[in-house]
Design a binder for this molecule. Structure first.
Ligand code: ZN
Length: 113
């Protein structure tokens, strides 16, 4: 499963950052997952439960922020949200392939001590 390897590398990065700051506990991890990333948030939570034992994050809370996809419209010089896979600006109806958000898979913050 894709999410298991993503969670494993996220935990590696988190533990590495915690250790470098001299911390011994990770209290929470916050991740940002784009709805077009192909990653399923529930599968990620499940992988976290399975992998967190014996890590600094053994009792940590995992928060997942899901990011709705958005494109950039050249004509309007503005972002618009993509709903139901329609990549068309709601203001001027121009289609856009310039996806600015929605594919991210990122660890955005950690709470450690
Ligand atoms: Zn537009």
């Amino acid at each position: 499963m894709h999410e298991v390897s993503i969670m494993r590398s996220t935990l590696d990065v988190a533990e590495d950052q915690a250790r470098r700051s001299g911390a011994t506990h990770i209290h929470s991890l916050r991740m940002r997952i784009g709805l077009l990333s192909g990653v399923v948030a529930d599968a990620l939570r499940f992988a976290f439960e399975a992998l967190r034992q014996n890590t600094l994050a053994a009792s940590a809370l995992l928060e997942i922020e899901e990011v709705r996809p958005a494109c950039w419209c050249m004509d309007c010089q503005a972002e618009f949200e993509v709903n139901d896979y329609i990549y068309e600006c709601p203001r001027c109806r121009r289609p856009s392939a310039d996806l600015r958000r929605g594919r991210e898979i990122a660890l955005v913050s950690l709470e450690i001590s």
